[in-house]
Design a binder for this molecule. Structure first.
Ligand code: V47
Length: 398
């Protein structure tokens, strides 16, 4: 059922001309984007985003039976990415690097659920070579041929290219050859040079991040994109970032989904510096970023809510604010839990179905490429048999 735009319900008159553009399917300008960031009419903004989403996706909401795997937290940027709580120096307490056998073992733990995607990201390890990752992908595909592998952020691709003295294109080709389906959207943070100088001084630049994604798209590897919000960035920085994503998408069409990532301030230097420890972003900000992503990125088909960061509760409401995709079962979430997220690490498959249905939407299990895998769930056995099997450490954050 398609909802319309009831312009009488807009409390902020500045939203009226934007509503006219949304109704006509016209692209929003950067100034419109800034207006959306500054309005306090959250429900008006949500109505516009819901309309734009319904036009594209109807009442379908996608989710995936996926598993996050983080092969190492050792990262050469440990001391300069001040927002990150996950990275460790090689000899620091808590540093770990998995052998390939350990990765394969972890990957087989959740297979009682119908896993369709491995989401693999980690630190920039000074010694792990390209072959570690290509052997990992090959080994995973041999063991689980039906599972898609979405692996390594643009930052990790650029790092491997540097240590292997290869081009990014060659690294991506080798990964594709090994069985890679797509790239996740991490590492983008906020493209602004000034923001990066504060939060990620030595990470690759925005232009470099976009270059890796452009090459991936040219090679037929679709990718995701993200923006890390809620730290030192301004509304202008956010719109500039979204404009750069939109421009690349006009050029290549290779982005599948946009995921706004809510900054978590615990156990990292930036949180202490800006006095935010213990105070993550608000639901208001989280919903705004989802809605603006939907309206401004008119050429990116999907907008995903990452429930480990914003809670399943906010994610469910996001489904009425322009969002059509919920992060999947996840199984082990480490990056945000290190930074103070209090959500569970794992959301059982049927809980996701219920969450989507509870928002009045139609759940669709998808694969990494947004091909529907299952749209009817009533015949599935009830839990607990579809939960991860006993013994799998489904860890609840303290
Ligand atoms: O790039 C790191 C973020 C990202 C913190 O493509 C933090 O489907 C909040 O990109 N607070 C990696 N965020 C995760 C990511 C992702 C997640 C889910 C789905 C997909 C996808 C991609 O995590 C990093 C960084 O932006 N991050 N530290 C922190 N303290």
């Amino acid at each position: 059922m398609s909802v319309g735009i009831d312009r009488a319900r807009l409390r902020d008159p500045l939203l009226q001309p934007i509503a006219a553009k949304v109704a006509a399917g016209e692209r929003l300008s950067a100034q419109d984007g800034l207006t959306l960031y500054t309005t306090s009419d959250l429900l008006g903004l949500g109505m516009l985003a819901d309309y734009a989403n319904q036009q594209r996706n109807g009442d379908r909401v996608f989710f995936s039976a996926n598993q996050h795997i983080n092969p190492t937290n050792v990262c050469i940027l440990r001391n300069t990415c001040t927002f990150c709580s996950f990275a460790r120096m090689p000899k620091e307490d808590g540093a770990y690097t998995r052998s390939l056998e350990e990765v394969f073992q972890e990957a087989s733990q959740a297979l009682e659920m119908p896993t369709r995607e491995f989401h693999i990201v980690g630190g920039l390890h000074p010694k792990l070579r390209l072959s570690y990752y290509t052997d990992m992908i090959r080994g995973l595909k041999e063991r689980h041929p039906q599972v898609h592998v979405k692996a390594l952020t643009a930052v990790e691709i650029a790092h491997l290219a540097r240590i292997e003295q290869m081009s990014e294109r060659e690294v991506l080709l080798a990964m594709k050859e090994a069985g890679l389906t797509s790239l996740p959207g991490g590492g983008a943070e906020v493209f602004s040079t000034a923001v990066r100088a504060t939060i990620a001084e030595r990470k690759l630049t925005g232009e470099e991040w976009l270059r890796v994604h452009r090459v991936a798209h040219q090679l037929g590897i679709p990718t995701n994109c993200t923006m890390l919000y809620g730290h030192v960035e301004t509304a202008q920085d956010r719109i500039d970032h979204l404009t750069m994503l939109r421009n690349l998408q006009d050029e290549t069409g290779g982005f599948l989904t946009y995921i706004p990532l809510a900054y978590h301030p615990d156990h990292n230097e930036l949180g202490e510096e800006i006095g935010r420890v213990g105070t993550a972003t608000t639901g208001y900000e989280d919903l705004k970023n989802i809605a603006i992503g939907r309206l401004y990125l008119d050429n990116i088909p999907h907008v995903k809510t990452h429930w480990p960061m914003v809670t399943p509760f906010v994610s469910q409401i996001a489904l009425s604010f322009g969002c059509d995709d919920v992060e999947g079962t996840v199984v082990y979430e480490r990056i945000y839990h290190e930074a103070g997220a209090h959500t569970d690490m794992h959301l059982p498959y049927m809980d996701l179905v219920r969450l989507i249905r509870g928002a009045g939407k139609r759940p669709v299990e998808r694969d990494s490429l947004y091909q529907p895998v299952r749209e009817s769930f009533d015949e599935l056995p009830p839990e607990p048999s579809r939960r991860a099997r006993p013994g799998l450490p489904v860890v609840h954050a303290a």
